[in-house]
Design a protein around this ligand. Structure first.
Ligand code: FES
Length: 108
């Protein structure tokens, strides 16, 4: 069974300025605007204890603030060393101007 979770208003997510969303029972999330398309990934880098929203978005790539690793925002694929494990991504739905994801049981 799934239920929808509202993360933040679409209008709060500017192109190139990822937004951190921290909700109970979910991992820390990052919401991105890439040329008007909205994406959601886990916020915690898979290499270490860094929030990707403290890093640098360059188009469809998010660079970690710690060691220069990076990820493809759309697919989660690791793009630059030392990141080797993909970041988790979430299917996004826009409803009533809000960025939403399905909260899957056991997602945290
Ligand atoms: Fe992100 Fe090392 S913690 S690249």
């Amino acid at each position: 069974m799934t239920s929808k979770v509202r993360l933040c208003p679409v209008a709060d997510v500017k192109d190139g300025e990822p937004v951190g969303v921290f909700l109970e029972q979910l991992p820390a999330l990052a919401v991105y605007n890439v040329d008007g398309d909205i994406f959601v990934t886990n916020n915690m880098c898979t290499h270490g204890n860094a929030m990707l929203t403290d890093g640098y978005q360059d188009g469809g790539i998010i660079e970690c603030p710690f060691h220069g690793g990076s990820f493809d925002i759309a697919t989660g694929a690791a793009k630059a060393f030392p990141c080797q494990v993909a970041i988790k991504t979430y299917p996004v739905r826009i409803e009533d101007g809000w960025v939403c994801i399905d909260q899957l049981e056991g997602v945290a």
